[in-house]
Design a protein around this ligand. Structure first.
Ligand SMILES: [Zn+2]
Length: 344
């Protein structure tokens, strides 16, 4: 019932030694550049223009951060403020609930054989996550799998607190686990260390399928955002309709170290695009790891006023391929920058 079968599809991963060498650098930079800067900010109130979690405003601020590498102070305050980050949990599909915060997602998927949680948030939001899970009618003890996308603090930092509350398998790629331990160790020298990283648990690889009850979670290694990044496909239900959904494990170019990593990113995007447009079982829903990246905060409002027999606002195949096109365009621009640096 809960077996992980191994159907090798294809591997996009570069050599392990390269990964290792890049990971050390990437973790230090990523941790220092996001969370430490976030919590160094003063205790002034978070900015008004971010209240309500407006996707475009957040995206614009992160683009600015991406260009300069310096966290705007208002964005920093907002990132660490539980009140400003709060999102009321909601039902996205008949079997799917959003239980994350404004900055980073966590998803509950109900199956006929128990619960799957995707990503675990981080402190100081983990109690909020646990409350949200209970609010959508899920007992922590019923969680069977925690599927984690990559080893950055905001996706796996909450695992240590969730683990004692469940007997779930905590799942990531080998490289993802390595990233998490390296990121956690690097954080100890910053003003905001991780409390701890949960112990290494279940490791998956490309082509695995996690079958649980009436759902199947496909495992796709999609290196790029980090080398250990993994994406998951699964099915979401809307009345009589069933759709194939996808969670891209990592979106940003904030942990890029060189051109080879950008090339891996572009290959992953190309592969996801093929899955999205294939004739059999295409992907029509993107359940994102960061709500502002797809305008999820605004789209979910449409659920409240949706009339029977109308299109589900989160079923958006064109929106998904448009996002992939944009992600690839940004990566192609970055590739040129990295290649130029390497020629010097
Ligand atoms: Zn990340």
């Amino acid at each position: 019932m809960q077996a992980i079968s191994n159907q090798k599809i294809t591997s996009l991963s570069p050599s392990l030694s390269l990964k290792k060498c890049l990971l050390g650098l990437a973790m230090t930079l990523t941790y220092a550049s996001i969370w430490a800067q976030a919590t160094n900010a003063s205790s002034a109130a978070p900015p008004q223009d971010l209240s309500g979690c407006p996707s475009e405003v957040i995206l614009a601020k992160f683009k600015e951060f991406g260009k300069t590498g310096k966290m705007p102070p208002d964005l920093g305050r907002w990132l660490g403020d539980p009140k400003a980050q709060y999102i009321e949990p909601y039902k996205a599909f008949d079997n799917v609930y959003y239980v994350g915060v404004c900055w980073v997602s966590a998803w509950i998927v109900k199956t006929s054989a128990g619960i799957v949680l995707i990503d675990t948030l981080h402190e100081p939001f983990v109690d909020q996550l646990i409350d949200n899970i209970k609010k959508v009618g899920v007992e922590m003890a019923d969680i069977k799998y925690v599927l984690m996308t990559h080893g950055h603090f905001d996706h796996v930092g909450g695992a240590y607190k969730i683990k004692p509350l469940t007997s779930a398998k905590f799942v990531m790629t080998q490289e993802g686990w390595d990233e998490a331990f390296e990121d956690s160790a690097a954080s100890q020298k910053t003003p905001r260390p991780w409390k701890m990283m949960a112990n290494r648990d279940t490791t998956v690889k490309d082509g695995d399928v996690i079958a649980i009850g009436d759902n199947q979670f496909g495992v796709f290694e999609t290196p790029g955002h980090t080398y250990g990044t993994v994406s998951y496909s699964f099915y979401v239900n809307d009345g009589a309709n069933k759709h194939r959904a996808f969670t891209i494990g990592g979106l940003g170019l904030n942990a890029i170290q060189d051109s080879r990593q950008v090339e891996a990113y572009i290959s992953s995007i190309n592969r996801i695009e093929q899955l999205a447009i294939q004739a059999k079982d295409p992907i029509t829903v993107h359940l994102t790891t960061h709500p502002f990246s797809t305008g999820l905060t605004e789209a979910k409002e449409l659920l409240k006023t949706r009339q029977p027999n109308t299109k589900h606002p989160l079923v958006d195949p064109n929106g998904f391929t448009a996002q992939l096109t944009e992600l690839r365009a940004d990566a192609v621009t970055r590739l040129a920058v990295e290649q130029k640096k390497e020629k010097k």
